[in-house]
Write a protein that binds this ligand. Sequence first.
Ligand code: OOG
Length: 261
Amino acid sequence: MTATVDHEALAHFLDSARLERREVAPLTREQPALSVPDAYAIQEAGIRLRLSHGERVVGLKMGLTSEAKRKQMNLDSPVYGVLTDRMQVPAGGVIQLSQGVHPKIEPEIAFRTARELRGTVTRDEVLDACESVFAAMEILDSRYRDFKYFSLPDVVADNASSSLFVLGTAEHPPRAMDLTRLEMTLSVNGEPVQSARADAISGDPVVSVIQLCELLAQRGQVLPAGSIVLAGAATAAHMLRPGDRVQLTVEGLGIVAVSAE
Ligand code: OOG
């Protein structure tokens, strides 16, 4: 890590942009040498700020796990972010777009762990540790101007663009189906806008959980029991507009809906 980087100050800078719904310049513009470890330290400081305001960590999200997303953002390796209870929108709920900067929505698959996962884990160990799999959507919202032109350390520091998420209400045991073959369709106002098979997520959404455990281990951390894990988007993200009714159908996992106003 770079000794001259003030992680707490940069976390404050991004957190106030989030709270005041203000776009800011990417951190690497002022700090071109910002490293990925520095960025995770900034992300952690930002989460500590949210915890000091009464939020609770409920899980983690993977990002940039699909080719479509990596192309959309012009970035090339997976990253993680932290989910808190205040980011969860109930299934069928309403997203207030005025509370964000420029929110986008993505189709995802989520897991809930029943046991801790640590370090290098196998596919079977992930399946054994996860009690449920869900259809899910993530609402991203970068604090950076125009939601673009950022590098990997920028997006990591900004908690991997996390904003909100919604989980389907139907829970399925992860071994009940072949998770790589599920067809996923995101529709807005009744029109399909994005579709993919679940293997667009890291080749297999379970691989996202394996990669998450590896990334956490690099920071001396584990994936705790009882975590929600968003495995990453299967497609590019869709910009939300007021009045949008968004629905994700995942074959075998059911439907999850949310609307924007
Ligand atoms: C980075 C986060 C991407 C995903 O699922 O790929 C992400 C971004 O696009 O701003 O969460």
